[in-house]
Design a protein around this ligand. Sequence first.
Ligand SMILES: C=C1C[C@]23C[C@@]1(O)CC[C@H]2[C@@]12CC[C@H](O)[C@@](C)(C(=O)O1)[C@H]2[C@@H]3C(=O)O
Ligand SMILES: O=C(O)CCC(=O)C(=O)O
Ligand SMILES: [Fe+2]
Length: 349
Amino acid sequence: MGVPPVVRTKKTRAVGIPTIDMSSDESVLPESIVRACEEYGIFKVVNHGVSKQVISRLEEEGNCFFAKPAAEKRQAGPASPFGYGSKNIGPNGDIGELEYLLLHTNPLAISDRSKSISNDPTKFSCVVNDYIEAVRELTCEILDLVGEGLWISDKFSFSRLIRDVQSDSLLRLNHYPPVKERDPSFKQLHQYPTGASNPVGFGEHSDPQILTILRSNDVAGLQISLHDNGLWVPVPPDPNNFYVFVGDALQALTNGRLRSVRHRALANTVKPRMSMVYFGAPPLNAWISPLPELVSAEKPNQYKPFTWAQYKKAAYSLRLGDSRLNLFKINNADILPSSTPGLLVLHEN
Ligand SMILES: C=C1C[C@]23C[C@@]1(O)CC[C@H]2[C@@]12CC[C@H](O)[C@@](C)(C(=O)O1)[C@H]2[C@@H]3C(=O)O
Ligand SMILES: O=C(O)CCC(=O)C(=O)O
Ligand SMILES: [Fe+2]
């Protein structure tokens, strides 16, 4: 029997997302990670050192919470921005086929929030804190390798922001119940991206933070957009490993050398999907501006300095799919002539 022809009905494309093996030789890791972050803004990490038990215990807590009756879940909401949310994402009218729990990673905030989430809040807090501790370690290990790969004189510059006790890092559990096409009017009631056969679970966006560490169950749905060309690349689910995303803050800190990747999640029509997402962020008062090692005459400063609080304020004033980093972009072509009087700028045609 011959191989059947590949028929593409959706605007998706098969692309090999890079895999980074954390047990590889240290002499190759920094360069491989930097290359993946430059070319894709996402990679899969294997041999990551986070124990199966830490992951499965959080998954169990998530399943247990999302299986509760709607009225009980609502007691942990509305998400503003923390707590339980259903369908509404953020304050500006974005909606998706999902429900979620958004938590600040501060242990006191977790202990407080656990009371409205679980019948055993002490256990819930413990499980969440263990998961956060493990993925924070992985995040910092990756960021130190990024620092090394970029030849930053202080390779801990990135991870220090995440390790800070005031870090504004978050944990999000997303639950996408299966969306069944019940009647012909279904497609009019739900948002279907152009060319996609499944409705939007979590709409297209980039993550604002430094680094995102995502783990999902074995159900597909996550997609990335690499070149803003309308093509969406499916990210195959892998419950034993993590996907790592470059966030906007890391793009700014590296003067645009590492790219934050646009992604979205589509709902599944058959199986429920759950993702557990850690967002590594700086403290609110930390300044984000390109590191000096990444600024040169050939690559002048691309971003105005901003505090993380200013960036969050901007993010929360915009829609999910808006580009927030553009607000802080320096137009070097505009700046050069006025800030350097007497300099003649020649434009090539
Ligand atoms: C629509 C929004 C939800 C969001 C805040 C925002 O105004 C724009 C960014 C969104 C996002 C995407 C990544 C994370 O899931 C998130 C927690 C974040 O930091 O930025 C969400 C915000 C949210 O859901 O509160
Ligand atoms: O659920 C997913 O796979 C994506 C979720 C996501 O992008 C987010 O929570 O920011
Ligand atoms: Fe995201």
